[in-house]
Design a protein around this ligand. Structure first.
Ligand code: AVJ
Length: 311
């Protein structure tokens, strides 16, 4: 008998029962997934990290001085490993900032807190573990705020969800507060696709970890070898998508749901969107907010951009 289904179990059941199967990319980041994501960020094919790092290295000082004028809570959504954030934070006056990383992974929060304190002695760090969708309302305060949303994390949402999300942020911001956001730009397939289908198979392992996670946490019996990672990118719309493809006809039992799920040969489970942007798309996403695009920075190759959105 299932007495209390976890949210994960509920989402898995919904996603695998639907005609077009899907799972949320939010569930990639358990302990193993977090480790694999860090490996992805260091992959040669995953240009996003290097490009954003280049922007922060080159313009960090200018960015920080344009963002700080009084005491400020620096809230980071999806903090990750903190290496890029450090590059920005080092230009701030530690006496006047409170760094508040928010991440869905508890491990990530623990790591980033201890690393930041080591890298930047004197910095105030107060991490929050949670889904940043649910954390937004707790952000409302009279403190001056700077919201960091790096790494093209927004790209996991479709444009509707992204608008809603930015509108929510707008509502908890006060006049003078800013969002500093990093976004991957639309570019050729030859560059984007390898970032989501690397030679060493790290991204494949990251994607397939969703099946392993269901085995671990929901007592499912997925045979990982019977599935494969599949990534697409259409340059025209600028959206990369990841799927898990069933190699054969098969049925999987998920004990926590007391339910069988069937997959036919080549059937896809959609697991992630990674949206790429241009300024028109961004303007559209923020059009119903009171935010103004005040600064734009790009790397030399123009692969990536960091924007300041000010209220
Ligand atoms: C962390 C959401 C920006 O979509 O590029 C990396 C996650 N997925 N490789 C992205 C990811 C596959 C990443 N984001």
């Amino acid at each position: 008998m299932i007495t209390e289904k976890s949210l994960f179990a509920k989402h898995v059941d919904e996603g695998l029962s639907s005609t077009k199967k899907h799972l949320s990319s939010m569930y990639f980041y358990d302990t193993k997934g977090e480790l694999l994501f860090r490996k992805i960020m260091n992959l040669q094919e995953y240009y996003l990290t290097d490009c954003e790092m280049e922007i922060l290295r080159t313009h960090g000082n200018e960015i920080a001085s344009s963002l700080q004028n009084e005491y400020v809570d620096i809230i980071e959504l999806g903090a990750g490993d903190g290496i890029k954030t450090k590059e920005l934070l080092k230009h701030f006056d530690f006496n006047t900032i409170n760094y508040r990383p928010i991440d869905i992974s508890e491990q990530a929060i623990r790591d980033i807190t201890s690393k930041m304190k080591e890298w930047l002695p004197g910095l105030n760090v107060n991490g929050i573990c949670g889904d940043y969708f649910q954390m937004i309302s707790s952000l409302k305060s009279s403190n001056k705020k700077l919201i960091l949303f790096l790494g093209s994390n927004l790209g996991n949402m479709n444009d509707n969800q992204a608008s809603n999300f930015i509108e929510h942020l707008d509502k908890v911001m006060n006049v003078g507060d800013s969002i500093f956001i990093g976004l991957d730009l639309i570019k050729a397939k030859e560059i984007v696709l390898p970032a989501y289908n690397d030679d060493r198979g790290i991204t494949a392992a990251f994607n397939l970890n969703l099946l392993e996670r269901m085995n671990r946490e929901l007592n499912a019996n997925f045979i990982i070898d019977q599935f494969q990672h599949y990534a697409t990118y259409t340059e025209k719309e600028g959206i990369a998508k990841s799927y898990i493809k069933s190699k054969v006809n098969q049925t999987v039992y998920i004990k926590a749901l007391e339910q069988n799920y069937s997959f036919s040969e080549n059937e896809l489970i959609h697991t992630e969107v990674s949206r790429k942007y241009d300024l028109d798309i961004i303007r559209k996403i923020i059009e119903n907010t009171s935010l103004k695009l005040t600064h734009q920075f790009t790397d030399n190759k123009q692969y990536f951009t960091n924007l300041v959105l000010k209220k």
